[in-house]
Design a protein around this ligand. Structure first.
Ligand SMILES: Nc1ncnc2c1ncn2[C@@H]1O[C@H](COP(=O)(O)OP(=O)(O)OP(=O)(O)O)[C@@H](O)[C@H]1O
Ligand SMILES: [Mg+2]
Length: 296
């Protein structure tokens, strides 16, 4: 039996408005995640990381269409999968840890109800059994006074606690694959470290494969064994983290390394990564300068 949980092959996605086709959002993306491994997907803002995550989950924006390629997850073809089949898989076989823990939780429902829903729906558990499992999960993610937390609403918890709740919920049905899309970006630095440590601890304990989406190469170097670097919708480098850290082949990966802050280097040694956004801003600034010169 194959030990891969996710195989994306030659995936193309593009922006469409009416009959018009816009620029390619994902271009020939291929990547594989093996059982129990943490694979890092790293790239600059706007590179297409979240679009890959959303393509796997089948929640792309309406204007973005997959024009070619395939996404095989646990032996199922996710491209074109019927919504009814998708609902059975999401939260059970594949789950998501989102970037912003506040908007991911329903503000009007207690933590306990939100955590137990997923187990009652997918595993058919009784309210009492799901409640006990939610308590155990909150203990696992080191939340003190778990019984009281189950009765609270999301706004009553800190950002770090909310992300712990979402991590616990993501593991609730023992999925084979978890997609963590920038799971620490919304948190402050000290909490980020704790959450990453927790994610690794949970992964080791449960043996779950994780696709860790981040713009931070330092995080990938610490957390992952394998990695894909994405730039402008294309995978430009892929392989074992140890190889890529010592011998980055692609100019963009080298630029990413150069832009990663290091405590042993002065801040002025940082270099920005050239990309679509930077180019766009430079063009806008040039147009503005030209217009201003024309006025004076
Ligand atoms: N709802 C949308 N409709 C159309 N295009 C979108 C939409 N959301 C994002 N895009 C475009 O898709 C491209 C990839 O965006 P994506 O959100 O995947 O970037 P990302 O790598 O996740 O960046 P970030 O690090 O900022 O989260 C960008 O060019 C972006 O402008
Ligand atoms: Mg994103």
């Amino acid at each position: 039996m194959s030990n891969t949980v996710l195989t994306i092959a030659n995936l193309h996605a593009e922006l469409r408005a009416g009959r018009k086709t816009g620029p390619g959002i994902l271009r020939n993306v291929s990547l594989t995640v093996h059982q129990g491994e943490m694979h890092g997907l790293v790239g600059e803002s706007g590179a297409g990381k979240s679009m890959i995550a959303r393509a796997i989950l089948g929640i792309l924006p309406r204007s973005i269409l997959i024009s070619d390629g395939s996404i095989d997850c646990l032996g199922r073809q996710m491209v074109g999968l019927a919504d009814s089949d998708r609902r059975k898989i999401l939260g059970r076989d594949i789950s998501l840890i989102p970037q912003d823990p506040l908007t991911a939780l329903n503000p009007a429902r207690r933590i306990g109800a939100q955590m137990t829903d997923v187990m009652r729906l997918h595993l058919g558990w009784s309210r009492a059994r799901a409640h006990d499992a939610a308590l155990a999960l909150l203990n696992e993610v080191h939340i003190r006074d778990a019984e009281a937390v189950l009765r609270r609403y999301p706004h009553e918890l800190s950002g770090g606690m909310r992300q712990r709740v979402l991590i616990a919920t993501a593991f609730a049905c023992e999925p084979k694959l978890i997609i963590a899309d920038e799971p620490t970006t919304a948190l402050d630095v000290t909490v980020q470290k704790q959450i990453l440590r927790l994610l690794r601890e949970m992964q080791n304990r449960h043996g779950t494969a994780i696709l860790l989406v981040t713009h931070d190469l330092g995080v990938v170097a610490k957390m992952c064994r394998s990695l894909s670097v994405i730039h402008s919708g294309m995978i430009v480098e892929q392989g074992e983290v140890s190889d890529i850290v010592t011998r980055p082949e692609h100019a963009f990966t080298r630029a990413l390394f150069a832009a990663t802050p290091r405590y042993d280097r002065p801040a002025d040694a940082l270099s920005p990564v050239p990309g679509e956004v930077v180019r766009e801003l430079e063009e806008k600034a040039a147009t503005f300068d030209r217009a201003r010169a024309g006025l004076s």
